[in-house]
Design a binder for this molecule. Sequence first.
Ligand SMILES: CCCCCCCC(=O)SCCNC(=O)CCNC(=O)[C@H](O)C(C)(C)COP(=O)(O)OP(=O)(O)OC[C@H]1O[C@@H](n2cnc3c(N)ncnc32)[C@H](O)[C@@H]1OP(=O)(O)O
Length: 139
Amino acid sequence: MEKEETLRIDNYCFVCGKENPKGLKAKFISSNGKAKAEMILYKEYQGYSGIIHGGIIAALLDEACAYAGISLGYYTVTAEIKIRYRKTLKVGEKIIIEAFAEQIKSKLIQAKAQIKDSKDTIIAEAEGKLIIKEKIEKS
Ligand SMILES: CCCCCCCC(=O)SCCNC(=O)CCNC(=O)[C@H](O)C(C)(C)COP(=O)(O)OP(=O)(O)OC[C@H]1O[C@@H](n2cnc3c(N)ncnc32)[C@H](O)[C@@H]1OP(=O)(O)O
């Protein structure tokens, strides 16, 4: 049987990679199944004029879910993610991205994430199903 490829982090993740010059460079902090990041998205990430592209919002929510899963000690891949876009996000607004994850089966982590603006208004929410690929070895 073919051996499964291991997941590697090489700092080039489009959302969080410090070395990806074209990435979003989001800085997540995470522990105990929770993840959080704050950032501002500029014009480079808009769709319609002045409004951040929904695909970028989805990527941030997905990443937040993954970080929440990582903080439980697992590398995962996203099997499913459902996004609810509640308000448009304006270019240049500060946002807070938060996620919460829990392991509900041996290979399945369920995660919820949301993005709020600085007035605490929910911009978008997500529910994700993450499949555990491997346990993170502590170095
Ligand atoms: C720091 C960097 C962070 C980066 C974060 C990036 C996040 C991402 O973008 S990940 C990339 C995008 N996602 C992917 O590429 C995933 C591609 N899809 C796949 O690899 C597969 O379809 C995969 C692994 C999701 C499911 O594979 P499949 O062969 O169907 O599942 P399998 O391995 O047999 O099953 C595993 C378990 O998961 C369950 N499962 C699979 N899919 C689902 C689902 N949609 N809902 C619920 N459970 C599911 C199965 O039922 C099974 O459970 P059990 O062991 O209890 O029977």
